[in-house]
Write a protein that binds this ligand. Structure first.
Ligand SMILES: [Zn+2]
Length: 882
C-alpha cells in the first residue's frame, strides 16, 4: 500500500517533469552563453520558477518573483525599484545592477548623475574627473509590445548572467565600468493579455502551426497597453503612466546607451542598427558613428555564434516617440533590436524550420550583453561624447527663444508646457505682458530657450517641419509612381504646437520677457466673487473635461447656441451658462473648486442683458445632461481607434463609456444610450439588417451616432451618411455597376496607344498619406465648433477623401483648408494635397430628432490633437442636447 502510493507519486512527478521539458531540454538545447560558469549562490530561474529560460512564458507576477529572488541573493549589487503602475495596477520594475563599490553608494551614485545634466555648470577639469569616475549606463528595455514575449525572458537571463557569471571577461568589464538598468517588462498589461490567449490556445500542448489558436491572437491582441495604445509611439506624448515613469527614470539616470528589444514576424531572423533611413533628426556625427561601432560589435558576436541578422533595413528611427529615437535627445544612443517572434513556445516558419521561444531569448540575451560590454569597453569616450552632445546643444541653441503664446485657451498652452517639462526641457513662464517683435504676449505664455542641454529635442518637438531628407523623399516619389510600397515606417509629422493648437513664435534674439521657472510649486485656488445672475464659462477643453465633475456635483449647466457680447466681453458659441436659480445655494464654492482643478476661466455676471448676439434666455440655450455613451468595442472595430476613443473620453475628458462588443450590439437596448460611437472599422458584418434599421430608428428618435475614420466610409456605403468617399480621379468610391463600361472608353486604336495610360489602374483609391497634420476650417455658426477659433489641426493618414455633404443633407462643419494652406506639417504629395483641399473633415447630418456626426479621420489619433478630441466631446455632450 505504502509502496504503491510512492510509485504513484513517482509517476506523477515524472509526468510533470516530462511535460515541463520541451524538446531542446533533452539534447541540442541552445546554450545561453557557451562555456560560462555560474555562481551557485545566485538562484537560477529553474530553482525559483521551475523551468529554464524560454521553456515557459513567464507571467508578470513571476517576472517579479524571479527578479526579487535575484535581488535578495545579491543585495550588494542590485536595486529593484518600482517606477510606475500600469492602468491595470501592475507594477513596472527597474533593476539596477552594478559592482559592490558603486552599489554601496547607490543614492550618491544616482545623485551624481546630475553632473552630466548641464555642461554649463562644470569646468573642463571637472569633465575630466567625471569621465574618469562615472560609470557608463546601459539601459535594456524589454517587450514594450506585450506579445513580443522573448524580450522579457531575455531580461531575466541578462540579470542572472550579470550577477552569477564567474570569470567571464565581458561580465567583468560590464561590472567594472558600468551600471546596467534592466526594465524587464515595459507593458505588463499587454503581456498578461497575450499570455491569457496563448495559454487558452495551447490547452494541452504547444503547437507549431502558425495558424494554431495559441499564435493567432484574438482582438485586440497583446501588443498594446490597457487603452490599446502602442507604447512605442508614446515616448514624447506620454499619455500613459508606463511612458511617464520610463521617461522619468531615463532623465534621472541619463543612460549613454538605450536598447529597446522587440519581436517581428516569425519568418525573419534578427535586426540591429545601424537603422534604415531616415534617421532621428538633430543627431550628431558622433552619435551616428557610435551606431556603426555597436553594430559591428554585435555582428562579430552573432557571426561567432552562427546567428543570422540584417542591418539598415525596415526599421528607421525618424519618429521621436520610439525607444530607438527619444534616447538620442538626452545625448545618448537609442537602438531597436528585433527578433523573429515565435508568439508562443514553438513556431514553424514557412520554410519548415522551427523557431522556438528559446531561440529568441538567446539571441536577445546575446545582443543585449554584447551591447553592455561594448558600452563598458568604451566608457570614457561615451561619457565624453554624452557631455559634448549636451554642451554643443547649448552652443547650437544660440540666442533663439521659442514662445508658446497663451491664446484664447491658456490651459491648453499650459498642458503643452507641462508635457515639455516632462520631456526634460527647461520651460519658463512669462509673468508679465511682453512685446516680442511686433507682437504683444500675454502673461501665462511660456518660453523655451534653445540654448539648453536638450535644446535639440525642443527643436524636434516644436518645429513645424522635420525633413526626411531630399534623397529619401525623391526615392519615395519614384516608388509611388511605380505603385511600389513606400519606405516610410511611421508618421511624418508630430509638431507639438500644431497638435496642441498653440501658436509658436520663434525669436532669434532674447525676448527679455519677465519669466519664472516652470512648473512652480504653488498653484493658487480660484476664488469666485458672488454674482447676482450666475457665471459664464467659455467653452474649451478645460470646460469639456470639467463636465463630469459638474454633473457629479449636481450642478446645472446650459450651453449657448450662438455667440454674444455681455458687459463688453465677447463669448463664443457653446459658452456654458451656470445660473444661480438653477443651482444649489453653495454654487459659488462648488464651482470654484471645479475651476481650480480644470483651470477654468469663470466670469461672474450680475445681469443677463446682452449687448449683442444671442440672449441667455433664448430657446437655443440648452440644458446639458450627462450623456450615456455606448462605444462599440471588439472586431470589426480597429483596436487602436477603439482604444484611443476610450482613452480620450475616459481619461482626457472624464466621460464614462460603456464598451459593448460589436457582436453583442443586437442584444443592446439602444434606448438606454444617448450616443453611439463607432471607432474606425467596417461594420457590414455585424451591422446588417435589421440591426441597421434599429440604429436608424434610434437616431431618428434623438440618438447621436458618431463615426470615426474608416467607420465614416462604412457609414457612407451603408447610406447612414449622405455622401461618399472618392477614388483617385474624383469619382465616388462605390462598387461600379458596370466596371467594364469605364474600361471600354479607354480602348483605342494602336496608333493612339499610350503605355502609361495602359498601365494606369482604372479604379484606384487616392494615394495613402503616412500621418500628417492638416488644417481644417470650421463653421463657427455650428455648435460642433464650440471652443475653437475657427481652425483646428487634424492628424490625417490613409486614403479617405469625403465629398462634402450637399446643402439638403447636412452641414460640413469642418472642411480641409485650401491647397496652399492645407499642410501644417508632414509629407503630402501634390496630387493628394489638391484632392484633399476643401473636402469634408467633419460632417453633421440631422436625421429626425437625432444626428449622424462623421469624422473623416480619427480625432483621437494617439491622443495627439487636443482640439479634434474636443470636437468629439462636443458631439458627445451637445448632440443629445440639440
Ligand atoms: Zn515591437
Amino acid at each position: 500500500m505504502r509502496q504503491g502510493r510512492w510509485a504513484y507519486l513517482f509517476l506523477v512527478v515524472s509526468a510533470v517533469i516530462f511535460w515541463c521539458s520541451p524538446a531542446w531540454a533533452q539534447d541540442g538545447v541552445l546554450p545561453l552563453s557557451p562555456g560560462t560558469k555560474y555562481d551557485p549562490a545566485i538562484p537560477t530561474i529553474a530553482k525559483v520558477l521551475g523551468y529554464d529560460h524560454g521553456a515557459r512564458i513567464t507571467t508578470p507576477e513571476d517576472v517579479h518573483r524571479y527578479l526579487r529572488a535575484l535581488a535578495d541573493a545579491a543585495p550588494d549589487r542590485v536595486r529593484l525599484v518600482e517606477y510606475a503602475r500600469s492602468w491595470q495596477n501592475r507594477p513596472l520594475w527597474l533593476m539596477a545592477i552594478g559592482n559592490r563599490e558603486r552599489m554601496a553608494r547607490f543614492d550618491a551614485l544616482k545623485a551624481a548623475r546630475s553632473e552630466l545634466a548641464d555642461p554649463r555648470t562644470v569646468s573642463p577639469a571637472e569633465i575630466d574627473r567625471i569621465a574618469r569616475e562615472q560609470p557608463v549606463i546601459t539601459a535594456l528595455l524589454h517587450s514594450v509590445h506585450g506579445n513580443e514575449i522573448s524580450g522579457v525572458e531575455a531580461a531575466l537571463a541578462e540579470a542572472y548572467h550579470l550577477l552569477a557569471a564567474t570569470g567571464d571577461t565581458d561580465v567583468d568589464v560590464i561590472m567594472r565600468e558600468s551600471i546596467v538598468l534592466i526594465d524587464p517588462m515595459q507593458n505588463p498589461d499587454g503581456r498578461a493579455r497575450f499570455i491569457a490567449s496563448n495559454t487558452h490556445g495551447h490547452a494541452m500542448s504547444a503547437d507549431r502551426d502558425p495558424l494554431a489558436a495559441e499564435h493567432d491572437e484574438p482582438w485586440p491582441g497583446g501588443r498594446t497597453n490597457h487603452y490599446l495604445f502602442d507604447l512605442n509611439r508614446d515616448w514624447f506624448a506620454q499619455n500613459h503612466p508606463e511612458s511617464q515613469g520610463k521617461v522619468r527614470f531615463m532623465l534621472a539616470w541619463l543612460p549613454q546607451v538605450t536598447v529597446d528589444l522587440h519581436e517581428m514576424g516569425g519568418d525573419s531572423q534578427y535586426y540591429f542598427p545601424p537603422a534604415a533611413a531616415p534617421n532621428t533628426p538633430n543627431t550628431t556625427a558622433a552619435q551616428r558613428n557610435w551606431m556603426t561601432t555597436f553594430g559591428k560589435a554585435n555582428a562579430a558576436r552573432f557571426d561567432a555564434r552562427g546567428f543570422q541578422y540584417f542591418i539598415r533595413e525596415v526599421y528607421d528611427s525618424f519618429y521621436p516617440g520610439y525607444g530607438a529615437s527619444w534616447p538620442f535627445f538626452i545625448g545618448g544612443l537609442g537602438k531597436t533590436f528585433e527578433m523573429a517572434g515565435a508568439r508562443g513556445l514553438e513556431y514553424r516558419r514557412s520554410d519548415g524550420t522551427l523557431l522556438s521561444l528559446r531561440d529568441g531569448v538567446v539571441r536577445h540575451f546575446t545582443a543585449a550583453i554584447q551591447t553592455a560590454a561594448t558600452a563598458a569597453r568604451n566608457r570614457e569616450r561615451l561619457l565624453r561624447d554624452f557631455i559634448d552632445y549636451r554642451r554643443s546643444a547649448v552652443t547650437e541653441g544660440g540666442a533663439t527663444e521659442y514662445v508658446l503664446v497663451a491664446g484664447n485657451d491658456p490651459a491648453r498652452a499650459e498642458r503643452l508646457a507641462q508635457l515639455l517639462d516632462r520631456n526634460g526641457l527647461q520651460v519658463r513662464r512669462v509673468e508679465a505682458p511682453a512685446r516680442i517683435g511686433t507682437r504683444d504676449i500675454a502673461a501665462g505664455s511660456f518660453l523655451i530657450a534653445l540654448a539648453q542641454p536638450m535644446g535639440r529635442l525642443a527643436r524636434t518637438l516644436l518645429d513645424a517641419h522635420t525633413s526626411m531628407g531630399d534623397e529619401f523623399i525623391a526615392e519615395q516619389d519614384r516608388r509611388r509612381k511605380l505603385r511600389l510600397p513606400d519606405q516610410i515606417y511611421d508618421i511624418t509629422a508630430w509638431s507639438l504646437p500644431a497638435l496642441y493648437d498653440v501658436e509658436l513664435i520663434v525669436s532669434d534674439k532674447p525676448t527679455g520677457a519677465k519669466t519664472s521657472p516652470y512648473p512652480s510649486a504653488n498653484r493658487s485656488a480660484v476664488a469666485l466673487p458672488a454674482a447676482q445672475v450666475g457665471y459664464l464659462i467659455p467653452w474649451g477643453t478645460g470646460m469639456a473635461a470639467a463636465m463630469a465633475d459638474i454633473v457629479r456635483e449636481g450642478l446645472s449647466v446650459r450651453a449657448a447656441g450662438g455667440g454674444f457680447t455681455l458687459a463688453g466681453r465677447q463669448f463664443g458659441i457653446g459658452t456654458a451658462i451656470v445660473r444661480n436659480v438653477e443651482n444649489p445655494a453653495n454654487l459659488r464654492e462648488r464651482l470654484a473648486r471645479i475651476a481650480t482643478v480644470h483651470g477654468l476661466d469663470v466670469v461672474p455676471i450680475d445681469t443677463a442683458w446682452v449687448d449683442a448676439g444671442l440672449s441667455l434666455g433664448s430657446g437655443t440655450v440648452r440644458m446639458l445632461k450627462a450623456p450615456r455613451v455606448l462605444l462599440v468595442w471588439d472586431a470589426p472595430a480597429q483596436s487602436l481607434s477603439a482604444g484611443w476613443a476610450r482613452f480620450s473620453l475616459e481619461r482626457r475628458f472624464n466621460q464614462p463609456v460603456t464598451a459593448v462588443r460589436a457582436g453583442s450590439l443586437a442584444r443592446a437596448t439602444l434606448e438606454d444610450y444617448d450616443v453611439i460611437i463607432l471607432p474606425a472599422g467596417s461594420y457590414g458584418s455585424v451591422l446588417g439588417e435589421p440591426l441597421l434599421s434599429r440604429v436608424r430608428e434610434w437616431t431618428r428618435a434623438g440618438g447621436t451616432l458618431i463615426t470615426l475614420g474608416e467607420a465614416s466610409r462604412w457609414a457612407a456605403s451603408a447610406n447612414l451618411l449622405g455622401t461618399s468617399t472618392e477614388l483617385r480621379d474624383g469619382r465616388p468610391d462605390r462598387p461600379p455597376p458596370q466596371a467594364a463600361s469605364a474600361d471600354a472608353s479607354r480602348q483605342a486604336g494602336p496608333e493612339k496607344y499610350d503605355y502609361d495610360a495602359a498601365i494606369t489602374p482604372t479604379r484606384e483609391r487616392p494615394e495613402a498619406t503616412s500621418g500628417v497634420i492638416a488644417r481644417v476650417k470650421l463653421n463657427m455658426e455650428h455648435w460642433l465648433s464650440s471652443g475653437t477659433d475657427g481652425e483646428v489641426q487634424a492628424m490625417v493618414e490613409g486614403d479617405r477623401v469625403f465629398k462634402p455633404l450637399t446643402l439638403d443633407r447636412g452641414t460640413n462643419v469642418g472642411v480641409y483648408a485650401d491647397e496652399g494652406a492645407l499642410v501644417a506639417s508632414g509629407l503630402v504629395w501634390p496630387e493628394v494635397r489638391r484632392q484633399l483641399a476643401r473636402k469634408a473633415f467633419l460632417m453633421h447630418e440631422p436625421l429626425g430628432q437625432g444626428h449622424v456626426i462623421a469624422f473623416a479621420e480619427d480625432p483621437n489619433f494617439r491622443g495627439f490633437t487636443e482640439l479634434t478630441q474636443l470636437l468629439l466631446m462636443n458631439a458627445v455632450l451637445f448632440g443629445p442636447a440639440r
